[in-house]
Design a protein around this ligand. Sequence first.
Ligand SMILES: Nc1ncnc2c1ncn2[C@@H]1O[C@H](COP(=O)(O)OP(=O)(O)OP(=O)(O)O)[C@@H](O)[C@H]1O
Length: 242
Amino acid sequence: MCEVKLSEIHFSYNTNVAIDNISLTISQGDFVAVVGPNGAGKSTMLKIIAGLIKPTRGQVQIGGKDIFAAKEHGLIGYVPQNYGKNAQGFPATVKEVVALGLTLGVAAAKRNHQAVSHITNHMMELVGVDQLRDRRIGELSGGQQQRVMVAMALAANPQLLLLDEPTSGIDYDASARIYELLGTLNKNLGITIVMVSHDIEKAVSWANKVACINRKLCFFGSSKEFDDTHAQARHLWYYTGQ
Ligand SMILES: Nc1ncnc2c1ncn2[C@@H]1O[C@H](COP(=O)(O)OP(=O)(O)OP(=O)(O)O)[C@@H](O)[C@H]1O
């Protein structure tokens, strides 16, 4: 059970209010696209759900547990924005990076070398980077790096996967393959996905729910409802920022 419940969340960076009174419930198995203009608080909200920052006010519950308990149980996988780019000079191979994800899982300490190798291989196959296993992460394309980051997050066996603009800076075909991968993880493995994206058309076509944020929650509902009611106003989500 991995329901995400935000209750009256506020967050400020000093005097700058980034999140203003957001409440919403994401159900187990949902694929949620988080959209909104630049500086709207999308990444901040994702970090709050990941338990990386604490809301100034309000409560976050994951699967009925306080966020920090859920985090300790390894329920949450988080892929930050431009994670791959930060890995440019990192002297590790794809296989080693994916295996690093295992150290985040709840039973990490109990895994032996064989189990680590088995899970690592499985995750690399799942996201389609097994052919790149011995390449250094910094030598890969943006799309390949994002796949490796997804594999690393999945290695910890999360029930909830949070991704911050997983297709930013990636070409059309590679982006399509990442969306397809996320759709498969959601449908076949039942992983709940929350993804921040500027690519509204694509994100909404894969997600079953949409959350529009502009400090406040402007819309939260099904993708179909978003398509029906917000189609003409879509361009505004890009330009209504501060
Ligand atoms: N570490 C930080 N310190 C101070 N202010 C911050 C910090 N991170 C974000 N902010 C500010 O908080 C607000 C929300 O930022 P956030 O990154 O959450 O927005 P976003 O919707 O993800 O933006 P984008 O689409 O441009 O990535 C912005 O005004 C931003 O300048």
